[in-house]
Design a protein around this ligand. Structure first.
Ligand code: 5GP
Ligand code: MN
Length: 348
């Protein structure tokens, strides 16, 4: 059976979330703070979580940044990474941290289900919850927060939050490195249309605080293993299908493909972007077979709304030009279903 079609009804509109500036009042006294982000975290998720954690520690708070799972190798260098817990690997410590916390910050996601195993603990937690996020359609869970889809990244929003609190001078080179990383990865290295002048002004300010942007670029984009590079070659030659008449391309990866090259956590990062470098290709999809589900990544250039596409057909969401979703059917059935949709939608 193909994945169920969902209606396009935004949920969470009309929520009573109090403005983020009100949350600053909660931070007048030292607090115990739990921060988390989405499962399979990317540069913006870990950058915003650690950037916020380092800032709050400098303000005298006790902070527990908790990733729902382990993080990709290209983020292992980040300042504060050694103080982070991994919920899947350190469930007991993470659960204790959540119990001890006075406040909970949720960054770079707006629906508990995006945290996978943390979904229920977050839903059960009674402490005030604060959202900082830039995805569409926030769920109505948060007591305080800010949700702005027009922002380049959650890292930009954490930077705005620190400035709103009057603490620009607290930003040091470590906080700058964390915040810059999320901006770098979520804007495609300052390329996507969402990269406003405010983003460049922020980068300029971070450089003035001692940021080494060249080193960060190297850590994030030039730290590949030899097998990852060979895997990329294999994927582009063997696993990419280009549908010029639909201005689209598809990469399909089975578990067997991943085993061939001993693919590591994070090695598939960015693969979905490659087809968009082909002239005329405006919609790229990566379908990856995982143990418990089939994961989809969508990217587009221009006017094709992949957030809506992911929500309608693959139980997902995200941004206008970058989204993701999932399918509970087999890899083969998912690919067949995807191709059927493509032929019906006929993207141009
Ligand atoms: P990626 O393809 O890198 O996994 O995800 C791209 C974007 O889509 C990210 O902003 C991510 O937060 C969002 N996204 C990915 N998977 C899902 C999903 O299953 N549900 C929702 N709502 N958003 C997703
Ligand atoms: Mn983000």
């Amino acid at each position: 059976m193909p994945p169920q079609r969902k209606t396009n009804t935004p949920s969470g509109l009309g929520t009573k979330m109090l403005p983020i500036k009100d949350a600053i009042l909660l931070l007048q006294e030292p607090k115990v703070i739990f921060i988390t982000t989405h499962h399979k975290p990317d540069g913006d998720a870990i950058g915003s979580m650690l950037g916020l954690a380092l800032y709050l520690r400098k303000k005298g708070h006790t902070v527990y940044p908790v990733s729902p799972c382990s993080i990709p190798d290209f983020l292992e260098w980040m300042p504060g990474v050694n103080t982070m817990l991994d919920y899947e690997g350190q469930t007991k410590e993470s659960t204790e941290a959540l119990k001890k916390a006075d406040l909970i910050f949720c960054v770079d996601f707006n629906d508990y289900s995006r945290t996978k195993h943390l979904e229920q603990p977050l839903a059960d937690a009674t402490q005030p919850k604060i959202l900082i996020d830039h995805h569409l359609f926030p769920k109505p869970y948060w007591n305080y927060g800010v949700s702005i889809p027009e922002k380049s990244s959650t890292c930009e929003m954490v930077y705005d939050f620190i400035n709103l609190a009057g603490d620009n001078s607290v930003i040091d080179a470590d906080i700058a490195a964390c915040l810059y990383t999320g901006v770098l990865t979520d804007t495609g290295s300052f390329k996507f249309p969402i990269t406003s002048s405010a983003v460049h002004l922020m980068a300029a300010d971070l450089i003035s605080k001692g940021l080494n942007h060249t080193r960060i670029h190297e850590e994030v984009y030039e730290s590949w293993s030899e097998s990852r590079m060979k895997f990329l070659g294999y994927v582009l030659i063997e696993k990419m299908e280009v549908f010029h008449k639909y201005s689209s391309a598809l990469i399909t990866l089975s578990r067997k493909d991943m085993n061939l090259f001993n693919v590591q956590n994070g090695d598939t990062e960015g693969l979905v972007n490659y087809p968009l470098s082909i002239s005329g290709i405006k919609f790229a999809t990566l379908i990856t077979e995982r143990n418990d589900e089939v994961k989809m990544s969508f990217r587009s250039k221009g006017e094709f709304d992949v957030s809506n596409f992911a929500r309608l057909y693959f139980d997902g969401g995200g941004h206008f030009n970058a989204s993701g979703g999932r399918s509970k059917t087999s890899l083969t059935d998912t690919v067949a279903y995807f191709k059927k949709i493509l032929s019906e939608l006929h993207p141009k």
